[in-house]
Every structure is written in structure tokens, then in C-alpha cells.
Design a protein around this ligand. Structure first.
Ligand SMILES: Cc1cc2nc3c(=O)[nH]c(=O)nc-3n(C[C@H](O)[C@H](O)[C@H](O)COP(=O)(O)O)c2cc1C
Length: 204
């Protein structure tokens, strides 16, 4: 199982990164291969950081030959995604939104249909909009045809929307535990749905 963890925070070693790396640790414990994708590094190298809707349908012209194209290639072959964002005004960071706004080609290709996705969010406040931020990430995943899961696991409990945490994430034991459960669930569902992603290698 190849699982990509997408860090929507501009901070590559911050709270969101900490929980995503925790989730990736769980992925490797479960025998999967993980990859940590720092979205801000990719987006900051682009000449045009936001989608300008220059063509319809999107031809991917603005990121040809860039790291964003390489990132999308990783997504084309992943079995699961764990997307993390800091809570910014109760929703996702601008970098993460822009990363997905530019991904319309993947949608056209149906490249992410049946890829399994879970989300985690970290805020400064205990109840600072973590769940609305997770919902924003889930909506994006649904828009790509992905299979969205929460942080429920049969050997734990039914969970909720995803892993919510408060800064400092390294001190938030519940956030850490829920991130691990989220990763296990992504792996479990990704394993069980491999055939549903066969269209990607069969040119459909
Ligand atoms: C622009 C901006 C907006 C923010 N909005 C919120 C918010 O609505 N709710 C909240 O709890 N924290 C908010 N925060 C705090 C961050 O979510 C928090 O510091 C988070 O842990 C940062 O994660 P990181 O270390 O991965 O970057 C905001 C921070 C910034 C920079």
C-alpha cells in the first residue's frame, strides 16, 4: 500500500507535520510505504501559485515540468491519502486549497476515484474549527471521487470525522492516538479496495 501524507501547513516541522509523520509511522508499522509531501515547498516554486482558470477543461499548462506535476504523478499511483491542515480561519490553508484547485486534470482522468482518504487538522484552540477544516478536506476528496473515511477502527471505536488536535500536537495524546487510528483505517480500506483502483492501470 502506498500512502501519501499531504502537509497543508507552511511549516514542514510543525504540528500538522508531527501528526502526519505519526500517521506515516503507523503506515509503515502496518507494512505500507509512506511519502510525506510538503505542499508549500511545491507551491512556492510555481510562477503562478493560484489557479487562474486559464483553460477549460484544465490542460495543466501552469505546472508542466514542475514539482507540482511530480506530486500529481505520486497521487496517480497512491492507494491512500492522509491530508493534514492547520486550522486557518476554520478551514484549510491557502496553499492546500491551491494545490487542489490546480488538480482538475486528475479529476478529468478519474485518477483518484476509489483512492482512500482521511483527514486531520490542528488548531491553536481546543475547539477552533478542526472539524470544519476536516470537512473542507473531505469535500475536496469527494470532489475527486475518493473514498472518504473517518478515524473509526473495529479494534478501537467508531471514531468521528478524522483526527482533531490542539497545538502543541506532540502534547495532545488524543490527537496522536486518533492520527494513528486514522492511518490504520486508511490502510485497511485501501487494502480491501485495491480492485476498485484497477481502472488506473487499465487505461480506463
Ligand atoms: C492565518 C492563521 C489562521 C488561524 N486560524 C485559526 C483558527 O481559526 N482556529 C484555531 O484554532 N487556530 C487557528 N490558527 C492557529 C493554527 O491553526 C495553529 O497554530 C496550528 O497548530 C498550526 O499548525 P502548524 O504548526 O502545522 O503550522 C491560525 C493560524 C494562522 C497562521
Amino acid at each position: 500500500m502506498f500512502i501519501v501524507a499531504i502537509n497543508g501547513s507552511p511549516n514542514p516541522t510543525g504540528n500538522t507535520a508531527y501528526l502526519l509523520r505519526t500517521a506515516l509511522d503507523e503506515v509503515s508499522k502496518g507494512g505500507g510505504e509512506g511519502y510525506f509531501l510538503q505542499v508549500s515547498d511545491v507551491m512556492s516554486k510555481l510562477k503562478i501559485p493560484y489557479c487562474l482558470a486559464c483553460t477549460n477543461p484544465c490542460e495543466g499548462k501552469c505546472y508542466r515540468g514542475t514539482e507540482l506535476e511530480e506530486s500529481y504523478n505520486l497521487l496517480r499511483r497512491c492507494d491512500g491519502l492522509i491530508i493534514g491542515s492547520p486550522v486557518y480561519f476554520c478551514t484549510v490553508s491557502a496553499q492546500l486549497k491551491s494545490f487542489w484547485d490546480k488538480s482538475r486534470v486528475l479529476r478529468k482522468e478519474k485518477a483518484l476515484i476509489n483512492v482512500v482518504g482521511g483527514a486531520l487538522a490542528v488548531g491553536a484552540a481546543r475547539f477552533g474549527g478542526q472539524e470544519t477544516t476536516i470537512r473542507a478536506m473531505q469535500d475536496i476528496m469527494l470532489c475527486q471521487g475518493m473514498t472518504v473515511i473517518g478515524d473509526g477502527y473495529v479494534e478501537d471505536d467508531a471514531g468521528h470525522q478524522g483526527a482533531c488536535a490542539q497545538r502543541q500536537a506532540s502534547d495532545d495524546q488524543n490527537g496522536i492516538t486518533r492520527s494513528r487510528i486514522l492511518a490504520r483505517r486508511v490502510m485497511e480500506v485501501a487494502r480491501a479496495t485495491m480492485e476498485l483502483r484497477a481502472h488506473r492501470t487499465q487505461g480506463k
